[in-house]
Design a protein around this ligand. Structure first.
Ligand SMILES: NC(=O)c1ccc[n+]([C@@H]2O[C@H](COP(=O)([O-])OP(=O)(O)OC[C@H]3O[C@@H](n4cnc5c(N)ncnc54)[C@H](O)[C@@H]3O)[C@@H](O)[C@H]2O)c1
Length: 319
C-alpha cells in the first residue's frame, strides 16, 4: 500500500505522548516533516520520531513538502488560520478536539473541507477506546439504546480557566462527554441544562437531560471542582446495562443476573500503553484507513459541527 505523506504541526504534549507514537507504528505513513514555533521542542520531537525535515513556519513546510495530509496538534484558539490554510490547499486534515473555539469556526472549516474535497477528522478519542467499542456492540445486540449517561469530573480548583480564558471548559474539554452522548444516543431533539460557576468566576459544571431522535434519554454530568478525575459512561438497552470507565474497566449486567461480566480496558485493547487502550491509536488508524480508502472519517468536521451545536444548545437551554 502506498505511504501517505504527512506534514505534522505541533511538537507538544499530545503530539509526543499519543499521536506520533501511534503514527510511528504505521507502515503506510511517512512522517515527512514537523513544524513547531518552539525550536527546542521541534528538535527533540524530530529526533525522537526520526523526522528529517523541520520547520518553524508551517506555510513553508506545506509549500516545500507538499503533504497529502496534515496533523495540527496545538491549542484551539490558535488553530483556525492554520486549519483553513491547509483545507484551502486541498490537504486532508486531522485536528485534536475541540474543533475550534466556536461552532461557527467549526462550521466554516467543515464547509471549506467539503468544497475542497478534503477528508477531515477531529480527535474525539473516547469513541475509539477499544473497551467502549466492545461494550457498545454488546449493548446494540439487545436492541436500541434506551438510556445513556456521560460523566466527566475533575479537580481543577485554583487552576484558572483554560488558556487564560481563551475558551470555556465545556467547549474545550467537557466536550468529550458531549460527543460521547451523540455517539451513544444519536441526535438530540430536546435539551434541558443546568450550567454553573462553582467557586470560580467562570462556568465549570455542565449538566443536561436530553431526549434523542430515537427516543433514547441521555444524561450529562460534568464538574471541574470535585474530588478527582473520573470519566464514565452508562449504556442501557432492553435487558442489558453497562457501566464503563475507559481508564479501567466495564461492568455489564444482563437479564437480572447478579454477577456482572467485567471487562478490563487494557485487556480488551491488548496493551498497557495509554495511546493504545485510550483510543488514540484507534483514531489515528481510522484516519489513515479513511485516507487510504478515500472515505470520510466517522468524526469528520461535518459531524463535529453537530457536537459543537449540542455544546451551544446546552448553554442556551438552561432551566
Ligand atoms: N484528546 C484528548 O484527550 C486531549 C488531551 C489533552 C489535550 N488535547 C488537545 O490537544 C491539543 C494540543 O494540546 P497539547 O497539550 O498537545 O498542547 P501543547 O501546548 O503541549 O502543544 C502545542 C504545540 O503547538 C505549538 N504551536 C503553537 N502555535 C503554533 C504555530 N502557529 N505553528 C507551529 N506550532 C505551534 C506550540 O509551540 C506547542 O509546542 C489541544 O487542542 C487540546 O485541547 C486533547
Amino acid at each position: 500500500m502506498a505511504k501517505i505523506r504527512l506534514g505534522l504541526i505541533g511538537a507538544g504534549g499530545m503530539a509526543n505522548s499519543v499521536h506520533y507514537p501511534s503514527l510511528a507504528e504505521f507502515e503506510d505513513v511517512e512522517m515527512a516533516a514537523l513544524c513547531d514555533l518552539d525550536e527546542q521542542k521541534l528538535r527533540a520531537t524530530a529526533e525522537k520520531f526520526g523526522i528529517e525535515r523541520t520547520y518553524t513556519d508551517y506555510r513553508k513546510m506545506l509549500a516545500e513538502v507538499d503533504p497529502q495530509a496534515v496533523y495540527i496538534l496545538m491549542p484551539p484558539h490558535h488553530l483556525f488560520d492554520l486549519a483553513l490554510t491547509c483545507l484551502q490547499q486541498k490537504r486532508h486534515l486531522f485536528i485534536e478536539k475541540p474543533p475550534g473555539v466556536t461552532r461557527e469556526q467549526t462550521r466554516n472549516l467543515a464547509l471549506t473541507a467539503e468544497k475542497n474535497g478534503c477528508l477531515t477528522m477531529v480527535g474525539f478519542n473516547r469513541r475509539f477506546i477499544p473497551l467502549i467499542r466492545e461494550v457498545r456492540q454488546r449493548v446494540d445486540e439487545h436492541g436500541p439504546m434506551l438510556q445513556c449517561v456521560a460523566t466527566f469530573y475533575k479537580n481543577s480548583i485554583g487552576a484558572g480557566p483554560y488558556y487564560g480564558g481563551a475558551i470555556d471548559i465545556l467547549t474545550c474539554d467537557a466536550i468529550h462527554a458531549v460527543d460521547m452522548l451523540r455517539y451513544m444516543g444519536g441526535e438530540p431533539v430536546s435539551v434541558a441544562a443546568d450550567v454553573r460557576a462553582l467557586h470560580t468566576t467562570y462556568d465549570n459544571s455542565f449538566n443536561a437531560l436530553l431526549r434523542f431522535e430515537n427516543g433514547c434519554t441521555g444524561v450529562l454530568l460534568t464538574n471541574w471542582v470535585v474530588g478527582k478525575r473520573v470519566h464514565t459512561f452508562e449504556m442501557h438497552a432492553k435487558g442489558i446495562s453497562a457501566f464503563v470507565n475507559g481508564d479501567t474497566r466495564a461492568e455489564i449486567y444482563t437479564n437480572n443476573q447478579e454477577a456482572g461480566e467485567v471487562l478490563d480496558s487494557r485487556a480488551v485493547a491488548g496493551s498497557d500503553s495509554t495511546h493504545r487502550f485510550y483510543g488514540f491509536y484507534g483514531e489515528n488508524r481510522h484516519f489513515i484507513d479513511c485516507l487510504q480508502e478515500n472515505r470520510l472519517p466517522e468524526t469528520h468536521f461535518g459531524d463535529a459541527v453537530k457536537t459543537m451545536e449540542l455544546v451551544e444548545r446546552i448553554y442556551r437551554s438552561q432551566i
